[in-house]
Write a protein that binds this ligand. Sequence first.
Ligand code: PEP
Length: 247
Amino acid sequence: MRKLAAGNWKMNGTPAALAELTALVTAHPDPACEMLICPPATLIAQAAWAARGSRLGLGGQDCHASASGAHTGDISAAMLKDAGAAYVILGHSERRADHGETDAQVQAKALAAQAAGLVPIVCVGETEAQRDAGQTLAVIGAQLDGSVPEGATAAGLVVAYEPVWAIGTGRTPTLPQIAEVHAFLRNRLAHRIGPEAAGVRLLYGGSVKPSNAAEIFAVPDVDGALVGGASLKAADFGAIVAALSAA
Ligand code: PEP
């Protein structure tokens, strides 16, 4: 299994930001892990051009479940693929919260992504209130069951555990808490998709930064990270890539 460091630029970045991407591939021409940036959709084609010949992959941050049609403002998986994406983040908690996305919608999008030849990165995670109420595993289990397409393969799926309360807050779960959730996800996935679950990369996401990356990557069943804020600067994301490559 090749570990994955994925950066989510969210709604940040104009062409000037591509200098960070160029700096990243220059500083890390041959990382031992897979390196991925998910810029805004408007930048994917330019990012693909800037990263040509390098080992940096590109992804989208969302896609529509339909291949085409009357869906003003949306983007299809095939359009992302055509622009140069190989992955797409789906069911991020910001999409679930801002757009009311349900597990069923995330699953439909994941199927569309797979049909278009993209690897979906399906996000799951509990709110702070749910963790405080002891509901973390129940919430995550239900999200996983509802969002992951049946028949997913190891190569065709990535799952990201992103506790909502850890995103952009500087707070992270304890290492045993991360270990508990990742072991649970691996096991639950095995019930859903069988032996392929062993090869699905399970990313941790939520305030990963250079100073905590190595200890998080040492947790069993953590196969990489989904990184928001720290992916915007080549120096920070590069340090995370280096930590994952060394793990
Ligand atoms: C994210 O939004 O996926 C994320 C993990 O953000 P941050 O790293 O900024 O917490």
